[in-house]
Structure formats: structure tokens, C-alpha cells
Design a protein. Structure first.
Length: 437
């Protein structure tokens, strides 16, 4: 049996949703807790596959992490770290697993990790991470599918990133906690999830400051202590839900959304003609879809630019818009794979280059069997299914569950015809022969 997401044409979605904690903040926070001896607790942790993978990564190091799905509380006991090695087979399940390297260098001075895996959206090399660790005095050896780093004492330094990599910024920050002196990251990533990580580390006693425009100072060597912290609401889940309401012509309230983390994305929704109302307190969003939305073009960029994680679903929303949209992806070279799947649904869309696509709006969309290549592509295909004639079946449930906490349940509650179902997988000729024998 094989699971698929089954979607049918949807009526306008309507309702109110409290957002889960941010996936991209939670995973790095779990790695960060390794740096402090004792028991810490994270609140508002999403019940997603990636969290459970990271729990297994921590377990390989001897760190005990227990998740309570009912309360969304994750308890992490990092009193002892009994190992510095995570096998490749575990690391390959998720990209964020590499973030334990910085924490291990700060805590025990060594790390031996398998090369990380994750979505098939591009190379995402860890060169920036390893160059920084070498500059901080670590000896780094890459051999096969393993990378090992070791250092007697990390040294503070100035590190200029060629690109504002989120993962490299986070890993350098975590390693810098183990230095004696100031480490400065130039051209650092400044995503809201990174500022949330900084707030967590400050609650543990770390001395970190962010300087405009994109510089982070870490004064290492300060004793750290366990903490209790609430993860920020997920801006990407917020964007996903708003796009679901937009493509179905619905309305939605997100009481705990933080609109200040979504400025350009919300501006693009307004450019399409949708109504976005921000609560006077600065927290919370009310959304009302336009009757005749207009096509917009987008170009992804590091924060505060348009988020790459919302590019694919925003592409899908252009299917019902009037006009032509140009989609440019500048962050990951393989993040337009959903376009070929949309073409299977009868969509008139072309890829001029691997990173640039054109979509003609106002088309008839036909439900069919499609395959999701990553977390956000799975959502894009679900959204297309909401406006397609007939039934859409999406393979790639494991991607969906890595990034979203029961999103299919939330969408169904808002009125969407969506479910995850098991279907039989046909045997190939070789398998049939084996059964007959």
C-alpha cells in the first residue's frame, strides 16, 4: 500500500487558524540546546516528520529529547553528550541535521557527521559552513559521505559569507558560542527564524547582537544554561494557508500571524487584488480573496525578499489570475520542478531556463496523478487540485509531512476536499514473477 494526497475541486475556504511553531526555527533550536548542560523545553513545536528525525539525530549523540504532541512541548535533556557521530543514513533524511555540527564543536570540540540530505531542490552545498569552521581553527576532513571536524579550542574571528546562507549563519553562530572572544558574521542571513534563534540563545545567557544591515556579533565563552522558550508562529504555514484561501476565493483569519515577517509576500497578495487586513496590535491577519485576481510576477531572494519556500505555491495561485506571471527562482537551482507537474494538469506554463518560468493565468486545470519533488511543491500541487476538474492524486506524502503539521486536517476543516489515502501499488513484471514462484 502507498499513500497519496487526494484533492478535488474546492469551494471557497473560510475560517480561523492558529499557526503552529515555525519548522525552520524549531530544528535549529533543537540543535542549539546541545550547547547547554541540563533540561530545556521548547513550546509550540510542530508535530512534523522533521522534528522526529531531529529527535533521532540528538539521540545518536546521547541527548534525550521527548515530544508531547498534545501539548506541543519538546523536552531536551542535554546534560551529557556521549557521542559526536551521527551516521550518514540518519543525516541524509534531512538538511537541517548539519546544524548539530556547530553545537558539537562548541560543546565537545569535535563532530563526525554524514552529509545531509533533504528536498531535491538543489545542491545546497555545506562549503560555507566548512570554510567558516576551518577559519575558526578546526581541522575539517571530508571523506566519502562523512565529514569530520575537530578543534582543541575554537578561535573568534570575522567571517564574511559570500552568500547570506541561513544554515551557514546558524551553524557559525552555534560554534561561536564555544569561543573566547567576539566572532562577527558579515553578510549574515537575517531571516525571522534566525532572530528567533538569537532570542532563544540570549535566554540561555548568550551575548549576541544583530547590527544593521546584516552583521551578527557573538561574544563567546559565556556560560550557558537551560531555558524554556516558545517558538515563533510559522510564517510559511501562514503563507500557505493564505494562498489556499486565495486560490479558492475564500476568506481566512490568522490570529497569531506576524505580518512584519511577511511584508513582501503580503504586498504581492495585495498587488493581485486580495484584501489583507492587519490587526491594530500588529499581530494577526484577516484575508479576503479578490473576485478577479490579477497575475503578478515574483523573484525569490534572501529575506526580506520574496521567500523561496512560497514560490511554488504562489506559482499555483497564478493559475486563476488574469494575465501572465513570470517566476524567477534565485535561491535554489532546482526549485521549478513543480512546473512540469502542473503541465500534466493541462496548465500552459513554460520554463525558459531552469530558474525562470512563465505561467498564463485563467486556464482550465485538469485533475490527474502528479508527483511532489519537495515540501513546497506538494502544497503547490494541492492548490492546483483545488481548482482542477476531477480528482488530483499527489505522490510525495513524506514531503508533505516533513513540512506541515496535519495541514490536510486544517484545510479540510476550512472546507477543502482533501485527504490522505492508501492505494495499492501495482507489481512490476519481476515482482509478479517472484510471487508466482
Amino acid at each position: 500500500m502507498h499513500e497519496v494526497i487526494v484533492v478535488k475541486k474546492s469551494k471557497p475556504l473560510s475560517g480561523s487558524v492558529m499557526l503552529h511553531g515555525a519548522k525552520n526555527a524549531t530544528l535549529v533550536m533543537m540543535a542549539a540546546l546541545i550547547t547547554a548542560r541540563g533540561v530545556s523545553r521548547l513550546h509550540n513545536v510542530p508535530n512534523i516528520a522533521d522534528v522526529h528525525i531531529m529527535i533521532r539525530v540528538l539521540a545518536a549523540l546521547g541527548v534525550i529529547a521527548v515530544y508531547d504532541a498534545a501539548t506541543k512541548i519538546l523536552t531536551v535533556d542535554a546534560t551529557t553528550v556521549v557521542a559526536n557521530m551521527v551516521p550518514a543514513i540518519l543525516m541524509q533524511q534531512m538538511r537541517a541535521s548539519i546544524l548539530v555540527m556547530g553545537s558539537l564543536l562548541a560543546r565537545v570540540g569535535s563532530a563526525s557527521l554524514g552529509l545531509p540530505g533533504g528536498d531535491a531542490i538543489g545542491k545546497r552545498p555545506i562549503d560555507f559552513h566548512l570554510k567558516a569552521f576551518r577559519k575558526m581553527g578546526a581541522t575539517v576532513i571530508e571523506q566519502g559521505d562523512m565529514v569530520t571536524a575537530e578543534v582543541a579550542e575554537l578561535k573568534p574571528c570575522r567571517i564574511a559569507l559570500e552568500y547570506p546562507s541561513v544554515g551557514a549563519t546558524e551553524n557559525i553562530m552555534l560554534a561561536a558560542l564555544g569561543t573566547r572572544g567576539r566572532t562577527t558574521i558579515i553578510n549574515a542571513a537575517i531571516e525571522p527564524e534566525i532572530t528567533d534563534l538569537v532570542a532563544l540563545l540570549q535566554s540561555m545567557g548568550a551575548q549576541i547582537t544583530i547590527q544593521v544591515p546584516a552583521t551578527i556579533h557573538i561574544d563567546g565563552g559565556v556560560p550557558l544554561h537551560p531555558t524554556e522558550y516558545t517558538v515563533m508562529p510559522d510564517r510559511l504555514e501562514a503563507g500557505s494557508l493564505l494562498l489556499a484561501a486565495a486560490i479558492t476565493g475564500g476568506s481566512l483569519t490568522l490570529p497569531n500571524a506576524r505580518p512584519e515577517t511577511m511584508d513582501l509576500f503580503l504586498a504581492k497578495l495585495e498587488e493581485m487584488g486580495h484584501s489583507v487586513i492587519v490587526d491594530g496590535s500588529g499581530t494577526g491577519i484577516q484575508f479576503f480573496a479578490a473576485t478577479h485576481p490579477q497575475a503578478v510576477s515574483i523573484k525569490t531572494a534572501p529575506y526580506p525578499g520574496f521567500p523561496t519556500d512560497l514560490q511554488a505555491p504562489m506559482s499555483a495561485v497564478q493559475l486563476i489570475a488574469q494575465g501572465t506571471s513570470v517566476i524567477e527562482e534565485t535561491v535554489f537551482e532546482n526549485r521549478l520542478q513543480h512546473i512540469s507537474e502542473l503541465q500534466k494538469m493541462g496548465v500552459l506554463a513554460t520554463c525558459e531556463t531552469p530558474s525562470k518560468a512563465t505561467i498564463s493565468g485563467g486556464q482550465r486545470v485538469i485533475g490527474t496523478d502528479v508527483v511532489a519533488s519537495d515540501i513546497r511543491a506538494s502544497l503547490a500541487l494541492v492548490l492546483a487540485g483545488f481548482v482542477a476538474e476531477g480528482t488530483t492524486r499527489i505522490d510525495g506524502v513524506h514531503h508533505w509531512r516533513r513540512g506541515y503539521a496535519d495541514l490536510e486536517v486544517t484545510l479540510a476543516r476550512l472546507g477543502a476536499p482533501i485527504s490522505i489515502e492508501k492505494q495499492s501499488v501495482p507489481l512490476n513484471a519481476e515482482q509478479v514473477s517472484a510471487v508466482v514462484v
